[in-house]
Design a protein around this ligand. Structure first.
Ligand SMILES: Nc1ncnc2c1ncn2[C@@H]1O[C@H](COP(=O)(O)OP(=O)(O)OP(=O)(O)O)[C@@H](O)[C@H]1O
Length: 197
């Protein structure tokens, strides 16, 4: 389904962080992405979601390039979600960017109704991650890039979120790229693990 071929990517004039990297993500698959700090995991996730143009290579979904307009079918949830939210918007407006949030999904992700009137800086890191995930899923993506999605959550919340994503993967075919430093987590949730050098 999602295919990246020969990706070379970097930042500014610096040497590339990723060189000639290829990967394939199948429908409903949860692929782990591991590697030392600075190895390019976030860069790769952003390239796959069309947020960072590679210097070479291409990303296709079902054989076609990612659409340039409308919500991207590859949604990236950032490690620091506040960077991707307007600090002057209340959470309900942040969520509305992707259309009205699904109340059932909000319940599963434990996004509490009383957060909706707050500003992003009035939520904890783990709470904001859940809001960011709800917004990303609201765009009905085919692929979710989850960058350290549950790193700031307690074990129970972490398990619950991954259960929701596994169910979605099974039920709807959502594919997930799970970026994490937590080897035990990736062993539990991913069917394969790609390791960057
Ligand atoms: N906006 C940027 N401008 C310049 N260099 C950057 C930028 N973003 C990342 N880099 C550099 O690119 C390299 C890869 O960074 P990236 O964030 O992709 O790694 P990572 O594997 O996700 O790291 P971590 O596990 O610490 O989150 C690092 O050397 C980093 O300093």
């Amino acid at each position: 389904m999602l295919e990246a071929r020969g990706i070379t990517a970097g930042h500014g004039r610096a040497a590339p962080v990723l060189a000639d990297l290829s990967l394939h993500l199948a429908r409903g698959e949860i692929l782990g992405l591991a590697g030392p700090s600075g190895s390019g995991k976030t860069t790769l996730g952003r390239v796959l979601a069309g947020l960072h143009p590679p210097r070479a290579g291409r990303v296709t979904l079902d054989g076609a390039p990612l659409p340039r307009r409308g919500p991207c079918p590859v949604q990236y949830v950032a490690q620091h979600p506040q960077m991707a939210m307007n600090p002057r918007w209340r959470i309900n407006r942040v969520l509305a960017e992707a259309g009205p949030p699904d109340p059932a999904l909000a319940g599963l992700l434990q996004v509490a109704p009383d957060w909706l009137d707050r500003f992003p800086q009035e939520l904890s890191g783990g709470q904001l991650q859940r809001v960011a995930l709800l917004r990303a899923l609201g765009a009905a993506p085919r692929v979710l890039v989850a960058d350290e999605l549950t790193a700031s959550m307690d074990a129970l919340s972490q398990a619950r979120i991954w259960q929701v994503l596994r169910d979605l993967a099974e039920r709807t075919g959502l594919a997930v790229l799970a970026i994490s430093h937590d080897a035990a987590l990736l062993d539990r949730i991913a069917s394969r693990i790609l390791r960057l050098p």
